[in-house]
Design a protein around this ligand. Structure first.
Ligand SMILES: [Fe+2]
Length: 254
């Protein structure tokens, strides 16, 4: 009933087109630029109905205005970033239920990367658009929120079902995986994942979407409570925020 097109843009961004085959409605998630979106819509013979933004950064919103000149669109964006995104028609907040291409979707506020960042969860389809909060084998940099906020945001996403397919904002997976190996050099599951990701990227294949259940086992930013991770970094008696802060700071200087 739905189809998702993944459009690589700029150096490592992903733009997503979500199309409802029954109603013919189409949404674009985080259009960094407009032209590849216009080209793909033409190729698919789809009309655009909605723009969905996860946060205000230009590499997620830069194509909004050009697309709004062509189509009469709804622009859905976080209320907490209301002065930083132009022409928004529908503001959303935590726990709101909204329709994205006529599919009921839940808004999850995940502050940290930016102060008002939101993710969109389509529970009937086990799909999460995670923007720059959760990446495969990593998470977004903490630019505007506190380390504790970002840790809480990641824990919210961790509560979603294992079968959730995650569509994130960037192809950062290979460098994330290299960092994970350096953090836990004796973790064989992480090393195997690194090898698989290296193979995919050598062939220029996308590593998106990814399964949340796997991330819960591998991604250090979802494993604050994991004894083997705590032991590997020598933080057995520290709390979750201290562990997150340490790992995030290590990644920032990796
Ligand atoms: Fe961002």
């Amino acid at each position: 009933m739905i189809e998702i097109e993944i459009i690589p843009a700029l150096s490592d961004n992903y733009i997503y087109l979500l199309h409802n085959k029954a109603t013919k409605h189409t949404a674009v998630i985080d259009p960094s630029i407009s032209q590849p979106v216009i080209d793909k819509l033409k190729e698919k013979k789809w009309e655009l109905n909605q723009i969905i933004n996860t946060h205000h950064h230009n590499d997620h919103t830069g194509g909004n205005l050009e697309l709004m000149k062509i189509w009469n669109l709804e622009l859905i964006a976080p209320l907490k970033e209301q002065n930083r995104i132009s022409n928004v028609t529908n503001y959303v907040s935590h726990d709101d239920e909204i329709d994205i291409v006529d599919i009921s979707s839940k808004v999850i506020e995940t502050p940290g990367h930016t102060s008002g960042h939101v993710c969109y969860y389509l529970s009937n389809y086990d799909i999460l658009f995670s923007g720059d909060t959760l990446f495969r084998m990593g998470c977004g940099r903490v630019f505007e929120g506190s380390m504790e906020q970002m840790k809480n945001s990641l824990n919210l996403l961790k509560n979603l079902p294992d079968q959730t397919q995650v569509y994130c904002g960037h192809e950062y997976t290979l460098s994330n995986a290299k960092f994970c190996v350096s953090l836990e050099p004796n973790n064989i599951k992480i090393y195997n994942e690194f090898q698989e990701i290296s193979r995919l990227r050598k062939n220029n294949a996308k590593t998106i979407p990814f399964l949340l259940g796997n991330e819960k086992k591998l991604n250090p930013f979802l494993r604050f409570d994991d004894q083997s991770l705590k032991k590997a970094i020598g933080f057995e008696d520290k709390n979750e925020t201290e562990i997150f802060k340490y790992i995030r700071n290590c990644k920032d200087s990796f």
